[in-house]
Design a protein around this ligand. Structure first.
Ligand code: PHE
Length: 347
């Protein structure tokens, strides 16, 4: 029996030393000290030994149980400490790691273009004014010589503001920045030289060249003796600053109720230089804005005497300018929030 105890002890100690984590340690405990463990079984067998062997065997078995229990406890606390250290290490901050780069944003391509446009006009002495996107019907249409039943309203259908703010369709999302011609002329007296950047809205089926929300830059100059020559000079200068000194421009008659005469301006195609290609639809020209001499009735509407003052006005679509500048073939990219598109315009 004593032999048996001795070899059990050796085996137990050897296995205890080999167990390296709390799982194998608990397994060891069950194997030796558990209810059906070897040591427990051994203690049970003492009673069936011949009486002269019992005291020595009993003492040795009890000693073994106590010794193994103590060894178990020591090992358990060592393992616990080791595991705690390891967990702490896993969480520790490695101060030698390089830092994470912050994500740096960039201006939206339309904002970049807008700023470039404004910059060019401010070099020519134009100030900047901004008006409301939610506008009165009277400013968007009426005061611009477009009465309620005027057919020109058809090309500027928009979104109307419901009561209680708007009544009888008298409040809307502006369809162009032209209402700010009125606002500027109400606020200041000639000489006026101003550009008005801002968002506009239209009831529009979207396609590659139409969005229901877009940006315009309006321009207005009112003074004594302003003529069509000033309009042409300023806009030709703008085109050459924006798209290159070699650009040619073309003015053709166009109709807008708030100008007389009215014109559309085009420049020779920046892709083919006027020979004709897909971008200019084989015409050699790209239309970029509407313009004209401020209608005498519009001047009268704001209390400016058209016999003393004249003016020119123009309005351009900012997305269209950005599209030509960067050769973008679909306006919908601008507002689709696709970073693959937007990241190409990091300035
Ligand atoms: N407001 C016109 C449009 O949106 C453009 C324009 C502005 C035309 C000023 C003439 C003068 O189509």
């Amino acid at each position: 029996m004593l032999e048996k105890i001795k070899s059990l002890r050796e085996k137990a100690i050897q296995e205890l030393e080999a167990s390296a984590d709390s799982n194998s340690l608990e397994e060891w405990k069950r194997t030796y000290l558990g209810k059906k463990g070897f040591v427990t079984q051994l203690l049970r067998q003492i009673g069936s030994l011949p009486p002269e062997e019992r005291p020595k065997a009993g003492e040795a078995a009890n000693l073994l149980r106590d010794e193994l229990t103590q060894l178990y406890e020591e090992k358990a606390s060592a393992i616990k400490e080791a595991e705690r250290l390891q967990a702490a290490k896993a969480q520790a901050i490695d101060v030698t790691l390089p830092g994470r780069r912050p994500q740096i944003g960039a201006l939206h391509p339309v904002t970049q273009t807008l700023r470039e446009i404004i910059e060019i006009f401010s070099r020519m002495g134009f100030g900047v004014y901004e008006g409301p996107e939610v506008e009165w019907d009277e400013y968007n249409f009426g005061l611009l010589n477009i009465p309620p039943e005027h057919p020109a309203r058809d090309m500027w259908d928009t979104l109307y503001i419901a009561p209680p703010y708007g009544k009888d369709g008298n409040m809307l999302l502006r369809t162009h920045t032209s209402p700010d011609q009125i606002r500027v002329m109400e606020l200041t007296k000639p000489p006026i030289r101003v550009v008005v950047p801002g968002r506009c809205y239209r009831h529009e089926a979207t396609d590659a060249s139409h969005e229901w929300m877009f940006y315009q830059v309006e321009g207005l100059a009112v003074d004594k003796g302003i003529t069509m020559a000033h309009l042409k000079g300023v806009l030709t200068t703008f085109v050459r600053e924006m798209f290159g000194k070699e650009r040619k421009v073309r003015f053709r008659c166009d109709y807008f109720p708030f100008v007389e005469p009215g014109a559309d301006m085009a420049m020779d195609c920046i892709v083919c230089g006027g020979k004709g290609c897909r971008v200019c639809k084989f015409t050699g020209w790209l239309e970029i804005l509407g313009a004209g001499m401020v209608h005498p009735q519009v001047l009268r509407n704001v209390g400016i005497d058209p016999n003393i003052y004249t003016g020119f006005a123009f309005g351009m679509g900012v997305e269209r300018i950005a599209m030509l500048k960067h050769k973008i073939d679909d306006i919908r990219y601008f507002y689709a929030n696709d970073l693959r598109f937007l990241k190409q315009f990091r300035a």
